[in-house]
Design a protein around this ligand. Structure first.
Ligand SMILES: *Cc1c(COP(=O)(O)O)cnc(C)c1O
Length: 364
């Protein structure tokens, strides 16, 4: 087995899902498992949460939904993008709830549903302030009336998404809450699958009257903004092993561009993980990791597939020792947010990239 890998703890996934199952009740969580479950593996996450009684999942696009179907996930899947016109034929009749954000999209979907002799459920996507996809609140009544003329679509849900949920007092946030409440008044009685809150908005108790919510990042055990301290557990450990150890003398250079000259005789460990394995190059000479319960520091530029660390102060350090970039080791922990912020990005971005580049192993 190649040393660099992601370990996914199913117990943490179950713990986080159960937190929402209990705290949202009677509302239901709809786990967002887009982007391969934020790098954790959508199929495996869906299987794990299905065993905890999860009744539906949300993904971004049709291809993700069809892949889950191929792997035996049978629950309704909510497609946040809906079907693009050229996907409509594949999308209908698959027990999907498809977002609708434009009239053209609705027309194409209706034609496909008619052709395949099915009635297709759709969720109206409402742009209350995100400025992305969706019908503007003022246009919802007319749009809903027009949708009702499409014989093979059934409007079963409606949703919106917050732009800055962390800031309750922001005028955009306040407008979004009020606008969505206004929109709900114009929806037909058949429209019961109404949802507005992702992790941050759930934590802020926005729209508590809605029957569904869409937690994403928190199911994987990370706060949507650093420092919120939600009662959740990180599910992913990103780690490798030392492949080489040697002592270099004071004054020796380490890695490309000679940005690090050793200030003492140094025990240097080489770890086979670099920016091609989602260790951000922006962390060069700053990256931290855990070895034998000690915090160690990166030396010099992070290469494509390797990075060097100072292990001089780690007693008994040896080739094959585990090196944790994100996760726990003994009493120490490196959170994905620590790494992300240092690299100038967010935990979401980092997790997705680890998922895209690393083999995954599941425990518990
Ligand atoms: C990604 C996404 C979510 C989940 O957001 P988190 O911040 O990860 O909880 C919910 N709803 C929509 C529309 C999204 O795009």
């Amino acid at each position: 087995m190649y040393p660099t890998r992601a370990i996914i703890d199913r117990d943490a996934l179950r713990h986080n899902f159960n937190y929402y199952l209990n705290s949202l009740a009677p509302a239901q969580p709809v786990p967002v498992i887009k982007s391969d479950a934020y790098g954790h593996g959508a199929v495996e996450v869906a299987r794990t949460l299905s065993d905890c009684g999860c009744r539906q999942f949300a993904v971004f696009r049709i291809a993700e939904a069809l892949d889950l179907r191929q792997h035996g996930i049978t629950q309704p899947l909510w497609i946040l993008l809906g079907a693009l016109p050229n996907e409509a034929d594949d999308a209908v009749g698959q027990n999907l709830k498809l977002a609708v954000f434009s009239w053209e999209q609705a027309v194409a979907l209706n034609a496909a549903a008619k052709k395949h002799h099915v009635i297709q459920d759709v969720h109206l996507k409402v742009d209350t302030g995100m400025g992305r996809l969706g019908i503007l609140p003022s246009e919802v009544p007319a749009f809903v009336a027009r949708l009702a003329t499409l014989s093979h679509l059934r409007l079963t849900g409606a949703f919106t998404h917050f732009a800055k949920a962390i800031d309750t007092d922001h005028p955009v946030t306040q407008n979004q809450i009020a606008a969505f409440r206004g929109v709900i008044q114009h929806l037909p009685a058949s429209c019961t699958e109404i949802h507005g809150c992702a992790t941050c908005a759930i934590a802020q108790h926005f729209l508590p009257e809605l029957p569904y919510a869409r937690p994403g990042i928190s199911l994987y055990g990370l706060d949507p903004e650093p420092g919120m301290n939600l009662p959740i557990k990180p599910a992913m450990t990103f780690m490798s092993n030392i492949i080489s150890l040697k002592t270099l003398p004071k004054g020796h250079n380490v890695s490309y561009n000679c940005i690090r000259t050793l200030e003492r005789d140094t025990r240097v460990a080489v770890v086979p993980a670099g920016y091609a394995s989602a260790l951000p190059r922006a962390l060069s000479d700053h990256c931290e990791a855990l070895v034998r319960g000690h915090r160690i520091h990166n030396l010099g530029t992070i290469c494509m597939d390797m990075a060097m660390f100072d292990v001089t102060d780690v007693p008994d350090v040896a080739v094959d020792d585990e090196v944790v970039f994100i996760g726990r080791q003994g009493d120490l922990e490196i959170n994905a947010w620590d790494v992300a912020r240092q690299a100038g990005t967010i935990a979401y971005d980092l997790l997705c990239h680890i998922g895209m580049t690393q083999p995954r192993f599941y425990i518990n």
